[in-house]
Design a protein around this ligand. Structure first.
Ligand SMILES: [Zn+2]
Length: 469
């Protein structure tokens, strides 16, 4: 082996595989534990014991079981893993390509690019997307899988999610508006073949467009009859948001099993009807503000008491991180509140939307939207151990004076030291463990190269840099 290849092997190899074998108890000592459990709040200098896949105990000076792995986390922040309730994972191989796109550019690009995605390209996007999510502390992600345009593409999407030990909800969808595939037997096929148990790391639901015809109504009815959760992009600029909500409500399709993504551009009456139905919303502030789906409606949604979760939407343009998403929703809502007050010649003297609120949206709020709050979303004994430990020794993490404020505005993905999913350590000291990043990179680059050569170099470059007005 040459010096260069040895150096490359050292930087890409999986580290410490033996320190955290499956089944070994894990004790995280002395952290500032942000439980997100309403009964416990923030606990300083606290230990968390993980046995098998669950949080066994949370308390001071816990005794380590025989053979436990111990992580000294004195002064570090320990939080439940982030939950992202809407991400088009297949688009991860196009990361950054749409950084300068409007919604119009996006729809134009998808029309040109998606037809060239083979099942293995969907696999590559989902595989990279899962590795990326876990590395960032997103321990559960809803894959809004509208690249699953054939059964083979769908199987590839599921294969990739199941090949990476993060937690995922696969939301089966298709880009075209025709919903007749839902009742064709295809959903039954893949449910029976791949999702026989609700205890799997990867579970299933549907990703449907708002119904606009009889096939759409039948698809939503299919989901209701089978008690399958549904995520839907409802309320995007240019769509008939209020009539979409009316059709959903009057058919009895909205319930606590529904999450409405974006949910912008609606009347107060629609927000009231959504609140009455018990449905959730997923706010994608970084995406909305940059691509123009509509203004993130945090204020309106909060006013009507609709429960909120957050979502990345896609890696196409912006980051895959929940840190930047928490900041984006705060900046959007606070900026709007200031702007409106200043237009009236008034000062804003105190803020309603707080950093603690957005941390809730990014963790337990997401778990609630997925119907999983009894299992994940907070550091509570008995729940599944999905945990994120942030480093305390970086300049940005010194000193910590306001826990939530620090977590939202000062921490970033570079501070994510340790990630635990289902009791298994997948990242420690910033290094991925048991996640095959070299494979993710190889697959993603091959998929990107295939799609790029299929549309041609000039078209590819024109998509990345669309003409200015
Ligand atoms: Zn979306």
């Amino acid at each position: 082996m040459t010096t260069a290849s040895r150096a490359q092997a050292a930087t890409t190899s999986v580290t410490e595989p033996d320190r955290f074998p499956a089944g070994r108890p894990l004790l995280i000592r002395g952290a500032t534990v942000i439980t997100m459990d309403r009964a416990h709040g923030i606990l300083p200098d606290t230990d968390v014991l993980v046995v098998r896949e669950r949080i066994k105990a949370v308390g001071r000076r816990l005794s380590a079981p025989h053979g436990a792995a111990v992580i000294d986390a004195k002064g570090a922040l320990l939080m439940p893993g982030f939950v992202d309730t809407h991400r088009h994972m297949w688009q991860s191989v196009l990361r950054g390509m749409g950084a300068d796109w409007t919604l119009t550019n996006y729809l134009d690009a998808m029309g040109k690019l998606l037809p060239h995605f083979r099942p293995e390209d969907i696999y590559a996007g989902n595989y990279l997307g899962m590795v990326d999510a876990v590395a960032d502390g997103v321990t559960t992600v809803l894959d809004w899988s509208h690249g699953s345009v054939t059964p083979a593409h769908a199987d590839a999407a599921v294969d990739a999610l199941m090949a990476v030990p993060g937690r995922a909800r696969w939301a089966y969808g298709r880009f075209p508006l025709d919903a007749s595939w839902v009742t064709s037997g295809e959903v039954d096929r893949i449910r029976e073949a791949r999702f026989s148990s609700d205890d799997q790391l990867v579970t299933m639901q549907l990703a449907l467009h708002p119904p606009s015809d009889a096939a759409g109504d039948a698809a939503w009815r299919y989901a209701v009859e089978r008690d399958l959760p549904v995520s839907s992009h409802v309320g995007v600029f240019g769509s008939a948001s209020d009539s979409e909500v009316t059709r959903l409500v009057e058919n009895g399709f909205l319930s606590p099993r529904t999450t409405l993504v974006h949910a912008t551009e609606m009347s107060d009456d629609s927000y009231r009807r959504i609140a009455d139905s018990g449905a959730f919303v997923s706010l994608s502030a970084e995406s909305d503000l940059n691509m123009g789906q509509g203004y993130p409606p945090a204020g309106a949604v909060r006013r009507f008491g609709i429960p909120i979760s957050l979502s990345v939407d896609s890696l196409l343009g912006w980051s895959g991180g929940m840190f930047s998403n928490m900041r984006a929703i705060l900046s959007a809502e606070r900026g709007l509140v200031y702007l409106r007050a200043h237009e009236r010649g008034e000062m804003v003297t105190t803020l309603d939307l707080r950093t603690a609120d957005v941390v809730h949206y990014a963790t337990l709020g997401g778990a609630e939207a997925l119907g999983m709050a009894d299992r994940i979303g907070s550091i509570t004994p008995g729940k599944l151990a999905d945990l994120v430990l942030l480093r305390q020794d970086t300049p940005s993490m010194t000193p910590v004076n306001s826990t939530f404020g620090h977590l939202v505005f000062h921490a970033g993905r570079g501070d994510v030291d340790t990630v635990v999913v289902n009791g298994r350590v997948l990242k420690h000291r910033g290094e991925l463990i048991g996640l095959n990043l070299p494979r993710a990179r190889r697959l993603a680059e091959a998929a990107r190269d295939h799609v790029r050569s299929a549309i041609g170099e000039e078209a590819w470059r024109n998509l990345i840099d669309p003409p200015r007005p």
